[in-house]
Design a protein around this ligand. Sequence first.
Ligand SMILES: CC(C)(COP(=O)(O)OP(=O)(O)OC[C@H]1O[C@@H](n2cnc3c(N)ncnc32)[C@H](O)[C@@H]1OP(=O)(O)O)[C@@H](O)C(=O)NCCC(=O)NCCS
Length: 206
Amino acid sequence: MAAIAIRGAEFSDLPYFYEICLKTGGAGNDASSLFYDPYIIGQYYAAPYLFFERDLCFVAEMDGVPQGYVAGASDTSAFNRWLESEWLPPLRRRYQNYAHEKIKTDVEKNSVALFYKKLDPAGEAERSFYKTYPAHLHIDLLPSLQGKGQGKALIKTLFAALVQKNVHGVHLGVSRTNAGAIAFYRKMGFASLKEEKWGLVMGAYI
Ligand SMILES: CC(C)(COP(=O)(O)OP(=O)(O)OC[C@H]1O[C@@H](n2cnc3c(N)ncnc32)[C@H](O)[C@@H]1OP(=O)(O)O)[C@@H](O)C(=O)NCCC(=O)NCCS
């Protein structure tokens, strides 16, 4: 029988973060065919978390191979400032001349555009939202590990780590078409907070 375990993430999990992010990045489905550059989506949604606050990143592995992760940031405003000052500038330089013929789909085009979206100047509404729900998370499991209770276990592990840091509000974004994830988040205690063009923002008190 396969051995499944959850553990704190290591820096050496980085390639798995990119891989899992890509293979679940199409509203929960494999997005590999949508990208010419397989790293773009993980550059934004997965890898930075390992460098910013690794103690809020956890991995679910099967037979010693990472097949899922949850990645959190306890203070979204601080995380966004760090993205602006440290993480995004080299990506902005690298991708500014990204040849148009290499952009395979609108999904890839929109993902590159995320690198250029200014993150820091949060308006008043956003600041008060971050006071109530300061943390945010991303969770992705490969199909081989889905439906086995590991998503729930990862969320509970992250929640415990956030509470240790005295953080009690967490939010996330989910595509409107990802009905499975929305149902999962509701089970985990998240409620829908606002509708954006790209999907739903959900939040939970822990
Ligand atoms: C969404 C995801 C994180 C859920 O993790 P999981 O390990 O499959 O879910 P679990 O087995 O831990 O399920 C926990 C609970 O949520 C429910 N749930 C999970 N997936 C569900 C689904 N698709 N539809 C309805 N309920 C679901 C389970 O029934 C279970 O309920 P219970 O506690 O009453 O038994 C995982 O399936 C996944 O990574 N999907 C692909 C990537 C993705 O969509 N990520 C989210 C992007 S915003």
